[in-house]
Design a protein around this ligand. Structure first.
Ligand SMILES: [Zn+2]
Length: 152
């Protein structure tokens, strides 16, 4: 009955290999990050988040100051002046929005770092190349999916 035992063992090892291998993920550019690298990325992301929060706060303060100014001296404004101020205010708002978007992006990357799926593209589930992560630690999409999203 030794042959039966051997067959079972073979079947088990076959299963193991099949489970491990992901058909949609190329093995070569898998972003394997060491614990040190993950700690480094986490630190960089957290620092970035603090910077972005300060930037966002400054932009929001700028918007409310502009609003106050507009209310305070709108009586004396001619049309050109108030037009310029509207443009300034719109620029400030779009800056605040883009900072907020980047904040959300960094927060998402930190969450994914905690969940252990950092470095996997959110769309196609393929690994994001390590070089891209090094340049953009908050990237949650691979270059392909990112450019597709931007084209939409
Ligand atoms: Zn992708």
């Amino acid at each position: 009955m030794t042959s039966t035992k051997k067959n079972t063992a073979d079947a088990m090892s076959d299963t193991k290999v099949a489970v491990k291998k992901r058909p949609d993920a190329p093995d070569d550019d898998r972003a394997t990050l060491s614990a040190d690298e993950i700690a480094e990325i986490r630190e960089a992301l957290q620092e970035r988040l603090i910077e972005l929060r300060a930037e966002h706060e400054a932009a929001v303060i700028g918007i409310s100051e502009m609003q106050r100014e507009r209310l305070a001296d709108s009586a004396g404004d001619d049309q050109v002046d108030s037009g310029t101020k509207t443009v300034e205010r719109e620029q400030e708002i779009s800056l605040a929005n883009s900072v907020r978007d980047r904040m959300i992006q960094v927060e998402r990357a930190l969450e994914r770092l905690d969940e252990g799926d950092y470095g996997i593209c959110e769309k196609c589930k393929k690994p994001i190349p390590a070089a891209r992560l090094a340049a953009f630690p908050s990237a949650t999409l691979c270059v392909n999916c990112k450019s597709l999203e931007e084209r939409r």
